[in-house]
Ligand binder design. Sequence first.
Ligand code: SF4
Ligand code: SF4
Length: 375
Amino acid sequence: MAVPISQMYTVATYVLKKRLAGNKRYPLVLMLEPLFRCNLACAGCGKVQYPPHVLKRMLTPEECFAAVEECGAPMVSIPGGEPLLHPQIVEIVNGLIARKKYIYLCTNALELKRRLPEFKPSKYLTFSVHLDGQRDHHDFSVCREGGYDLAVEGIKEAVRRGFRVTTNATFFDGTDPNSVRAFFDEVMDMGVEGVVLSPGYSYEKAPDQNRFLGRARVRRLFRAILSNRKRSWKFNMSPLFLEFLMGRRNYDCTPWGSPAYNIFGWQRPCYLLQDGYAETFKDLMETTEWEQYGVGSGNPKCANCMVSCGYEPSAVMDGFGSLRGFWAMVRGSFSLYRDRHALDLLNEPAPQGPGRRSDLVNIERSEKEFEETRR
Ligand code: SF4
Ligand code: SF4
């Protein structure tokens, strides 16, 4: 596992304290979105389609600090939008470091190389660079030729300056598992701490609705990608969440584990869905009808979801919440997941080219068809 010991210790003691206090629902990572504006317009993005007057709005540093303190989670992920477009992002990051929060600053890295001199390396700060695969695949995914090369320049400079760096990939239908495995080799050679992965979520607002995977196809894709892995590959995620993606274990969604705060307030119930907003974190936790969400709820919006913000907290709480879970996590950290069937999956004909439309599954948007039965 690529996560440093000090961060693991902080999270483990936090989970144990919550369990000993009898808390059933508690946050692990705050998804702090200081703005929705971005310098890219990716086809699978659910954030940058807001009207211009919303895209102009931003959280102030004071609003960010108040949300972080109110929430109390040990980790803060700063997605967006593109956080490096926020004029006070350095002040926000420094304020969170002073509060000893482990920060994942998610960036497409177009601006990273230029902005790096404004930041200081810290064990609390990780640049989580959006990189969706090898050059052609990434450029297709972010709808920008040259996006990969700029991101890689930013990654290499950040590594050279001593920052913690991870890559952050979202995979959609049409992904070639062999290309993803070659991509792991490439990013590990860049010196990153580890890779973060998630299947895409079928945002209603995303411009390309034909790219999203059903659960059975997610498991098949990730079984092919993550089985028979190389020792050199490091993942900055819970090994139990990776087993969940591979279809080796099942979890219920715990959306309160990654609460989302943005210019509208505390978003119900998770980073992906927008079923209203609460004014305070307490209100979010106490008045959200949590039983209405997750695959088991029968909510069609959740039927095909396996994304990290809903299910990785479940895996982390399992891993640090019992001896059985801890042992499974340790075993998963060292296992290479030998699997003959997964090797056969790698020998199947690859999708032709990076995400060609002809290779994508056409997912209709009626509620009836949002069932987990989709393959
Ligand atoms: S880089 Fe991120 S925030 Fe920007 S358009 Fe792409 S997915 Fe959306
Ligand atoms: S299943 Fe997915 S969409 Fe539904 S609440 Fe959980 S994270 Fe959100």
